[in-house]
Design a protein around this ligand. Structure first.
Ligand code: DP6
Length: 378
């Protein structure tokens, strides 16, 4: 199952004339929430440390990739003139029904980057139609679900050209391609827990693509809940590119990368033995460390808002009073993800409604839970 693939394994080589003329594929792809955070990367999208995330369920992107064969085969013409890399892949992008030319540069960059692995995309005019289940201006990053949905559409096209492809290869290459669009997108192909980045204790883990957590997950972590409190729905203050770059000359970077390895080792044991208190300790520490890295970088950023801190303090109070296993994690923003086990859902929902909603913008929050990965919609 966990045969490790190399970059070479992902280069599509069949250059047959016999390619489908037109068609479309639709994928519904989840967002994910990291427990051990990815923060810091090198070219080409290689993480400085391994990360692990829960795949989500309710927060997803639905993307249809339409393709129609072009009259001239640019790929062949260009490969002769050695100009292939200069040629842009032709596509249009629609988001929630509207043509979005401002989304084009990011996607163009992605398609250019992956073209060496999926050269057949140059033979087509592509139309991408996408929508998110969560509001665009919710502060929830859509790059993970968005890029993985697009990568999966392209893999469905590759499968037409190579029908013998195994599901294992399909998923690994989808994750490999998605990673080149956005690092965290590599963790949005499968469920319920995905590891991306090489870690000595986790067999099959590597920097090129995400893998399903390969060990048995304790029942305590089945159907885990993630209620996302929307504290600040504004645009991200720090783009992920700038954020990851902050780690390049960061005084604490090396220690942080080491710590992520240790936290993942411990979390791996905890996920198997069901130790909820141990889980809380690592997950909250990871969230605060992510923010600490931003506080201590130069330029420096404070991404939490006063309400983020109020929520954290309320959670800590509630835990002391009730011995609940609720905890929080954060992304690179002010919103708070509240994580809790299935068997505590009633008490925690009640706590959220009575104590925490006051800190959300317009009382907005999203109830999500661990999901099982991307699905093709036929
Ligand atoms: C804080 O995956 O958005 O959410 O690779 O530049 O697209 P790019 O970054 P991105 O970074 C996510 C960072 C994080 C932590 C995590 O998801 O592990």
């Amino acid at each position: 199952m966990n045969k490790m693939l190399t970059e070479q394994d992902f280069i599509f080589k069949n250059n047959s004339e016999d390619i489908p003329k037109k068609g479309s594929f639709t994928w519904k792809t989840p967002s994910n929430i990291a427990l051990v955070k990815y923060w810091g990367k090198r070219d080409p999208q290689i993480p400085e440390n391994p990360s692990i995330s829960f795949t989500l369920d309710a927060c997803f992107t639905m993307t249809t990739l339409e393709f129609s064969k072009r009259e001239t085969r640019h790929f062949e013409l260009d490969s002769k003139s050695n100009n292939e890399n200069l040629k842009q892949v032709q596509f249009d992008i629609y988001f929630e029904g509207d043509k979005k030319d401002d989304f084009k540069p990011k996607i163009q960059k992605f398609l250019q980057r992956i073209k060496q692995y999926v050269p057949f995309i140059s033979n087509y005019d592509l139309v991408i139609r996408s929508r998110n289940s969560f509001p665009h201006s919710s502060g929830i990053a859509s790059s993970a679900s968005g890029m993985s949905a697009l990568a999966l559409g392209i893999m469905s096209l590759e499968k037409e050209l190579n029908p013998n492809m195994t599901d294992d290869y399909f998923n690994k290459k989808a994750s490999f391609l998605a990673r080149l669009g956005s690092g965290s997108a590599s963790r949005s192909i499968e469920g319920e827990l995905v590891v991306w980045g090489n870690h000595n204790d986790i067999q099959g883990s590597n920097d090129l693509y995400g893998i399903k957590f390969p060990l048995t997950i304790h029942n305590n972590f089945k159907n885990y809940h993630d209620t996302i409190l929307l504290v600040d729905k504004g645009e991200k203050q720090v783009s992920s590119t700038i954020g990851h770059n902050l780690m390049h000359k960061h005084p604490f970077a090396e220690k942080r990368f080491e710590q992520a390895h240790q936290n993942l080792s411990q979390l791996s044991t905890i996920l198997q033995n069901g130790n909820l208190k141990g889980f809380i300790n690592i997950v909250e520490s990871e969230a605060l460390t992510l923010h600490a890295m931003m506080l201590t970088s130069n330029p420096y950023f404070i991404l939490m808002k006063p309400n983020t801190l109020s929520i954290i303090n309320k959670i800590w109070e509630f835990r002391t009073q009730t011995n609940s296993n609720v905890c929080f994690t954060l992304d690179a923003g002010a919103n708070v993800h509240i994580l809790f086990p299935e068997k505590e859902k009633q008490s925690v929902h009640q706590f959220i409604e009575t104590e925490l909603l006051q800190f959300c913008q317009n009382n907005h929050y999203i109830c999500d839970r661990v999901g099982f990965g991307a699905k093709q919609i036929k």
